[in-house]
Design a protein around this ligand. Structure first.
Ligand code: DGL
Length: 225
């Protein structure tokens, strides 16, 4: 069984991608809606909340735990791995590298929470992108609120999404990386607004493939024991 968690409904985009890939595999999903949003919480708080959920998923028999939240990955995955060294954890990583490689303008926009931008993982990944590529970061916490409220279409949503995307496009971005698992839920609106001027980079399918691979390796290793 594979366990997934997020601060709310965001991570269901990763869960759905995994289900498309491995429809027979049992899954369990925890949405910590009581404590959502995570994006502006201090790292100690993210660690405390993530440890509690991970412990619950491991207790329920999950063989792999997917931290389907960029903010929780940034703030807590190191601690989770150190706390449960025998449990494989798969986290979210903003897909800046593939976006940078695919960009023709050399300008990449990244949308994420403050917690993700402040994390070691993000700093490491963005520092590996060639200096010739310009990265523009934008915190879009209001998208989390919209998605949690089930507001993913309509004119108010379009106005909010346009306000974040137009400055990135005006600055030349032709790739916009979704660095928060709530954001793919707004992808149809984003694509309407962007109207072919930039590509929206959503890592959900790549993470789902990684989860499938990690699960296979884990089972093989247990079988050989
Ligand atoms: N879905 C989360 C992420 O990927 C967190 C959103 C939030 O709770 O602020 O970062």
């Amino acid at each position: 069984m594979v366990g997934f968690f997020d601060s709310g409904v965001g991570g269901t985009c990763v869960l759905e991608a995994f289900r498309r890939l491995c429809p027979e595999e049992p899954t369990v999903y925890v949405a910590d809606t009581e404590n959502c949003p995570y994006g502006n919480k201090p790292p100690e708080e993210i660690v405390r909340l993530s440890k509690r959920i991970a412990a619950d998923l491991i207790d329920r028999g999950c063989e792999v735990v997917v931290v389907a939240c960029n903010t929780a990955t940034a703030g807590a995955i190191d601690t989770l791995r150190a706390t449960w060294p025998d449990v494989p954890f798969v986290g979210m990583e903003p897909a800046i590298k593939p976006a940078a490689l695919g960009s023709k303008t050399g300008v990449v926009g990244v949308l994420a929470t403050r917690g993700t931008f402040n994390g070691r993982l993000y700093r490491q990944t963005s520092s590996r992108v060639p200096g010739s590529v310009k990265i523009i970061e934008a915190v879009a916490d209001e998208f989390v609120t919209l998605v949690e409220h089930g507001e993913t279409a309509g004119s108010a949503v379009e106005t909010a999404v346009r306000a974040r995307l137009e400055p990135l496009i005006a600055a030349g971005a032709d790739r916009i990386v979704l660095g928060c698992t709530h954001f793919p839920h707004l992808k149809p609106v984003m694509e309407k607004i962007v109207a072919g001027r930039a590509e929206i980079v959503d890592p959900s399918d790549a993470v789902a493939r990684r989860v499938r691979d990690v699960l296979q390796v884990t089972r093989r290793a247990k079988h050989e024991d």
